[in-house]
Write a protein that binds this ligand. Structure first.
Ligand SMILES: [Zn+2]
Length: 86
């Protein structure tokens, strides 16, 4: 039985195989709902990921990870709002 994770949007029935996600990922948005996330937020997460790759400072890395968690929460909120038609 494959371990599957469902989309963060309530009532969305799409799921993904956990093995396709990076380790430590416990939340996921399906492609339909990911499209509702503004490009601004996606760019922010891409930028944070680039910064995280480059930095060698653990304190800075921890700050980047916290910022990325907040950015992800904003992406999820936008997708849920979009799905609800707000
Ligand atoms: Zn979905």
């Amino acid at each position: 039985m494959a371990d599957r994770l469902s989309c963060c949007v309530p009532f969305c029935r799409r799921t993904v195989d956990r093995q396709k996600l990076d380790a430590g990922h416990n939340e996921w948005l399906c492609h339909i709902h990911w499209k509702l996330v503004p490009a601004r937020l996606k760019r922010r997460r891409a930028k944070l990921r680039r910064l995280a790759k480059r930095t060698g400072d653990p304190a800075r890395l921890a700050r980047i990870h916290r910022a990325d968690d907040a950015a992800w929460a904003a992406c999820r909120a936008k997708a849920i709002e979009g799905a609800a038609g707000l």
